[in-house]
Design a protein. Structure first.
Lengths: 358, 358
DNA sequence: CAGCGTTGCACAATCGATTGCGCAATTCAA
DNA sequence: TTGAATTGCGCAATCGATTGTGCAACGCTG
């Protein structure tokens, strides 16, 4: 504690002890042995540091060491539960490894993303985890990152040889479609997210592939929507519901989209799955208690976050292995938003008591 | 572009132009006028900076200026939609003002929170927005922040004279209880979040106050739960449902808690609001499509975020006004999770078509 | 007691940007 | 032609921590 003029710094502590900053630095960074600092001196320094609540200035340290022990995380929308959970996992893993995380929200907008990347560059993050918006412009701005290690997550940029961790979007969508086909659906639409982004396009491709294989229609008129917001999902679903030839099932390629579809169906005084079957993406806490409980494709979000961080730290560590791309498996969680058209009109398995009867 | 040895720095650019770093610095920071740099020189520098893609080293700049243009945000759980939305709003506002945000998740744990605060200190954030865990230990670690401006959000620490922005938790809970009483409920339980945190205790107080005023039971046996997670909500609700004298209504003091209650009710093959009425907190996208659509207390999340940031920037700017505390009004959104006990058994207003009838 | 090795720590340069002060060169007036 | 005023920019210290090198003081041996 002593007399604290200004913020406690390594330097001021040294002065108070009549030592040089060099010695204090070496002790505090655990280099006492290597530089043969006497035990007595070391203890004095440690004691003083503890009692004065010294916190070394990370800015100065980073400047000198040329690394900040921080990483950047750029995602399209932190308020989307998928990315929120991803952020939580990345932050938590990073913390365990002594890194802190600078989060930026690109708002699914290439311009904002470019800004965010510039920010990351000027803040000198040691590495970057990025869910890219994915347009050519964004790709260009990516090069501004220089040689900073970068790992893509959820979405990848085929043009760039960057390591990436994604879940198997294509297989996920195909799985959803297969599930529907099995249950007698033949007219299956899809509510997409942001076209041009990898995750979306892969899912659309999976949807189309599964339908084509079954010789079912998969034309562009069955692909609606644009953007991952609830509103986008609702608007797309509204349009779909007004069509003369209404599809019997919809695959919503995002968790918020599925919510939007549900809202639109409710608005129209229709019901899922009676009037329309629905399969969503990403398991979320609310997915099991919405009306009806949502059948969906689950991605291993925690694993995505952890592996991305691990991969990034490897890169930062210098292991410039060839740009690995890992694709994580997904699975279908069956609940009650899909109607079985084969066996007449029987309702779905977990038929809960309808409200109103005590 | 030229010959780039090492990362482009202000210094290297100066060398390439045969100028001093001082001049370049002054031009780049818009101080050309003040220091009477000739137009020709200025243009040369600007051109070169643009073409070389120079990004000034923010670490060095911060070290020299003693400010980082960054703020810290410490919240208990980024994956909770309430805090995710708050984070998004804070980040967005901060970006508009030229600040970036360092986010840390305290996991509702005083020890982790203390770590996070230490991190913020060593990273030299210019200011801090904090939703404190609220225990005495946390309060103590707060003092480690030194004189750094700090604004509390969502929760406040009565012991500390810090500015704070919170919504009117107490009135919110009271509003919920009043709504239930009006509809004939007399046995109203409450599923709380983390006891000891301001938001929770205020809400419990509001719940209790409204009940006491109506001379209805508000004993501790009607307050269940602990923690803001879904699981906590589910466990609390399970216990409640097994009681001999089951309450007719529950107020869940958090959005995830309401979800947990719903899950527990569904598990028990019961229904809301037939068997149990429910009012939650925080409007969320899924709240209108769960089964049943949730009646709840809405907080002005965006406003909370924006005002907290504005208040913090004022503080950073030096306006050391007395620690203002703003309480933002909340409102009740009526949907369909409350049963009206006065008029027999008639179901609720937005009676949607039960599933299974096409 | 001289000489050599060891122990324990300080000096000073460095990371990159900022800024008060001051110096040279130019212009203008007398 | 000289002195003063102005223009245009560089010098060097500074922020705080890190690290290679160097220099005393000490102990030991012969």
């Amino acid at each position: 504690m002593l007399d604290a003029h200004g913020p406690p710094s390594l330097k001021s502590l040294a002065a108070a002890l009549g030592l040089s900053a060099a010695t204090v630095s070496r002790v505090l960074s655990g280099q006492a042995e290597r530089y043969r600092i006497s035990r007595a001196t070391r203890d004095r320094i440690l004691a003083q540091a503890a009692s004065s609540g010294l916190v070394v200035n990370h800015l100065a340290r980073s400047l000198r060491l040329q690394r900040t022990l921080s990483i950047g995380l750029v995602i399209p929308d932190i308020s989307n539960p998928f990315f929120a959970m991803l952020a939580r996992e990345v932050e938590r893993s990073a913390r365990r490894h002594g890194y802190s995380v600078l989060i930026a929200d690109s708002e699914e907008d290439p311009a904002v993303e470019a800004q965010a990347l510039a920010l990351m560059q000027q803040r000198h993050v040691d590495g970057l985890i990025l869910a890219p918006v994915g347009t050519p412009a964004a790709v260009a701005s990516l090069s501004a990152l220089g040689a900073r290690p970068c790992v893509l997550i959820d979405r990848l940029l085929p043009e760039l040889a960057l390591p990436a961790i994604t879940s198997d979007h294509r297989a996920g969508a195909a799985l959803a479609v297969a599930h529907l086909i099995e249950r007698g659906h033949t007219r299956i639409a899809c509510v997409q997210g942001s076209p041009g982004t990898f995750a979306n396009d892969e899912r659309v491709a999976g949807w189309r592939g599964a339908l084509s294989e079954a010789r079912l229609p998969a034309g562009p008129e069955l692909v609606v929507g644009g953007g991952y917001s609830i509103d986008a999902g609702r608007r797309a679903a509204r349009a779909l519901l007004q069509r003369a030839e209404r599809p019997t099932a919809v695959v919503a390629l995002g968790n918020l989209l599925a919510l939007g579809v549900l809202q639109a169906v409710h608005e129209a005084r229709l019901a899922v799955p009676a009037d329309l079957s629905l399969i969503g993406f990403d398991d979320q806490p609310w997915a099991s208690v919405v009306d009806p409980p949502l059948t969906l494709i689950e991605q291993p979000i925690e694993q995505l976050g952890r592996e991305a961080l691990a991969l990034l730290l490897e890169r930062i560590g210098g292991d410039a292995a060839p740009a690995a791309r890992r694709t994580l498996p997904v699975r279908l969680i069956e609940r009650a938003s899909v109607r079985d058209l084969r066996s007449g009109d029987r309702p779905l398995p977990p038929a809960r008591s309808p409200q109103g009867t005590p």
